[in-house]
Design a protein around this ligand. Structure first.
Ligand code: C5P
Length: 252
């Protein structure tokens, strides 16, 4: 089926260098209700083409938005953050494969990633992304969670594991994008949340970068939530992000 992900070739899911900048900006619809999320989509209009549906919305009945967004010609990233026993991860991926989403996430634990990759049907348009270390965590947070070493070490290790598992891409901070590219090679996607325009508050995020810095460091796609959705002028804030993407591409 030529679904909404037809533009993303799963064998090489990286976007071509000349895609429209707006197709590199994924707006995180972290809103409390589907209605509130649709309000953002309507206000953004043609400025945004790609949306992320994550936990807040999924548990508030927001999965139904997937079809509505696809019907409007938008691409959808389902931020499922899968981590479970292999059988459950595999079942989730089979359920997601025909959902119309073009990206979904699995935490970058080797067994979970292998189970996810093995379960994805051949020809599916779904790109599976491994979440390395949440952008809200710094060295102290991973130490508190029981890990030895630094965030950079753990990200590099998980990126190598993701590549070995055959996953399509990586979610990580832009501050590690260049190192990840070195580890995973040219074919895997790099998707970076933790994006803040210059001068904006980091809030709960700790490993942040500006849109221009993230793209210049090699990110393929940026995930941007509150910088757009909490703005009084979401379309203006999104245009500002797009200018940053263009500046980052020019600096590559
Ligand atoms: O509002 P903000 O731009 O910080 O939102 C970032 C989005 O990216 C959130 O939806 C969050 O769940 C997601 N995310 C992240 N860090 C990761 C993976 C996903 O912030 N490592």
């Amino acid at each position: 089926m030529a679904g909404p992900g037809a533009g993303l070739k799963v064998a090489t899911p990286r976007p071509p260098a000349d895609i429209d900048s707006r197709d590199r900006m994924i707006v995180a619809l972290d809103r409390p209700t589907p209605e509130a999320a649709m309000e953002v989509v309507v206000r953004l209009g043609d400025v945004a083409s790609f949306y992320k549906i994550g936990m807040e919305l999924i548990y508030a009945g927001g999965l139904g938005l997937l079809e509505r967004l696809v019907a409007r010609g938008k691409k959808v990233f389902l931020d499922t953050k899968l981590l479970d026993i292999d059988n459950s991860v595999a079942g989730a991926v089979r359920s997601l494969a025909d959902s119309g989403a073009v990206m979904a996430t699995v935490h970058a634990y080797p067994a979970a990633m292998r189970a996810a990759v093995a379960a994805k049907p051949a020809g599916s348009d779904l790109a599976l992304l491994g979440v390395t270390v949440l952008t809200s965590m710094d060295d102290a947070d991973i130490a508190a969670a029981g890990y030895a070493g630094t965030v950079r070490d753990l990200v590099a290790r998980r990126a190598a594991d993701a590549r070995a598992a055959g996953i399509d891409g990586i979610v990580a901070s832009a501050t590690e994008a260049a190192e990840i590219r070195r580890v995973v090679g040219p074919d895997l996607l790099i998707v970076t949340p933790g994006i803040r325009p210059a001068g904006a508050e980091a809030e709960d995020q700790k490993r942040v970068a500006t849109p221009a810095a993230a793209i210049a460091a090699g990110a393929d796609y940026l995930v941007v939530g509150r910088a757009i959705t909490s703005s009084d002028d979401p379309a203006g804030a999104a245009e500002n992000i797009l200018h940053g993407i263009e500046a980052g591409l020019a600096a590559r």
